[in-house]
Design a protein around this ligand. Structure first.
Ligand code: PHE
Length: 451
């Protein structure tokens, strides 16, 4: 073993692992992206496909990532190299690192928006505004030449500080306390939203499916969102898995993380859609949806200003625990594979990501006309990562654990060397070998019109 492997930290407790992984999973993906994608793609039918993707594909791939990470004991690339030396299996790992760079570039921008909204909430500037005025306020803010960039830089700086303080202190500590608080706040917002006059229509929107709105593109969007929201397909869970102790239960950890992530997404939907209908906001408004909807809800609550502050503060923290995991994918790779000090690796990774991120931010305004495949930089990086790199990465991870890894090794890792009883091992392995890869392939072929 090299020195670097021996230096590696480990998460302190089982709860710490779940909380850190849930911290990675729960973030803007659940609270910002899930509602707006569901709104754009027709509501309930999209949500059902999203849930189907989680059960059929996501669950097995999360377990597979933990297995690769803990058994390989290294970053996304190094773990593949350790388990399959002298092969090309490091390629999915590297794709993951690229995906992490792409995602964090725009993720930092949206996280910066939450800072602005926190600031606006603290100034009580949503009070008394009409839905249209709130919408105009959002648009003019994201198009501003330097305001969003300022918040983005601040957010990326904080991400670096957390990562510098190490895995255990940096990540575990924040998530253990703040995630449960986030849960309660979203629950309260959901109750307020559902009980708004006219809110019932929003509940219908998320629970009554209309499959006529579904096509190849919406299915791909649902699959991509499932990967994005669960932090799968790019080695974030591989990297975290490498910090998991040998006696933690990987299967139950995965299930708990997935349940928490999914519950938060649905609750976010319940907080947003009733209000969307109550205030006559367009459900397909896109990325602005959360930012223009919830400020209306806060106004209907006693102590509205405080709810706004609390919500955007917690959303920023949720974004932070996710951005930390994204930066960790890149940092662990750069420091271990390119043999650099961790500090230097953090600095280099964060700088590259931030520079790309500034272009993402500017692409909402002045640089909007700069297009790649018809998309601005922000949307291009999101589509590239969520709809292509993550599902393809996930498919390769699934194939790796299903076919390349020996059955005995998989069983050994899942059962902690025979200590745990593993139920449905055959089903899990079958899913990794056939179901998950076939489902992902199907979605792509369907998208390009082959099926
Ligand atoms: N899952 C995170 C979210 O929902 C985003 C993320 C994606 C984090 C991929 C790590 C890896 O916000």
């Amino acid at each position: 073993m090299s020195d670097q492997v021996q230096e590696r930290e480990h998460f302190g407790s089982k709860l710490g692992v779940i909380m850190a992984s849930a911290g990675s999973a729960i973030g803007l993906g659940n609270i910002w992206k899930f509602p707006y994608e569901a709104g754009k793609n027709g509501g309930a039918a999209f949500i059902i496909i999203y849930l189907g993707a989680i059960v059929l594909v996501g669950m097995a791939i999360m377990i597979a990532e933990y297995v690769i990470g803990r058994r390989g004991g290294k970053n996304a690339v190094g773990s593949f190299k350790a388990l399959a030396p002298k092969s090309l299996w490091w390629i999915p790992g590297l794709m993951g690192v690229i995906a992490a760079v792409a995602i964090l570039s725009f993720y930092g921008v949206v996280a910066g928006w939450t800072f602005e909204y926190l600031f606006q909430a603290a100034k009580n500037s949503f009070a008394g505004q009409t839905p249209d005025a709130l919408s105009a306020q959002f648009t003019s803010f994201i198009q501003h030449p330097y305001r969003p960039v300022f918040w983005q830089l601040l957010f990326m700086g904080i991400t670096c500080v957390v990562i510098l303080s190490g895995i255990k202190k940096g990540i575990e500590r924040y998530t253990e306390i703040l995630m449960p608080v986030l849960f309660v706040v979203i629950l309260i917002l959901a109750i307020r939203s559902i009980t708004l006059p006219g809110g019932g229509e929003g509940v219908r929107f998320i629970f009554h499916p209309d499959f006529s709105k579904i096509d190849g593109q919406t299915i791909l969007n649902a699959l991509g969102l499932a990967f994005f929201s669960l932090s799968l397909g790019l080695g974030a869970i591989i990297t975290y898995g490498s910090y998991v102790k040998k006696n933690d239960n990987l299967i139950s950890t995965s299930i708990e993380v997935i349940v928490l992530d999914t519950v938060i997404a649905i609750l976010a939907g319940l907080a947003i859609f009733p209000a969307v209908f109550a205030y006559g906001i367009e459900p397909g408004s896109g990325p602005s949806l959360v930012f223009i909807t919830l400020p209306n809800v806060f106004q209907q609550m006693p102590g509205g200003m405080l709810w706004g502050i609390l919500f955007f503060l917690l959303l920023a923290v949720a974004a932070l625990t996710s951005s930390v995991s994204l930066l960790e994918v890149v940092t662990a790779y750069v420091s271990e594979e390119l043999k650099m000090k961790r500090r230097t690796a953090i600095f280099i990774s964060a700088s590259v990501i931030t520079v790309v991120g500034v272009f993402c931010s500017l692409s909402q305004g002045n640089f909007n006309s700069l297009r790649i495949f018809g998309l601005n930089i922000f949307d291009f990086l999101d589509t590239l990562a969520s709809n292509y790199l993550l599902p393809i990465g996930g498919m390769l991870i699934s194939l790796f654990v299903g076919w390349r890894m020996k059955k005995e090794d998989l069983l050994d890792e899942l059962s902690n060397g025979g200590l745990l009883k593993i139920y449905a091992f055959g089903l899990l392995r079958f899913t990794l070998r056939y179901i998950a890869p076939a489902a992902i392939l199907f979605v792509f072929m369907n998208k390009i019109g082959l099926i």
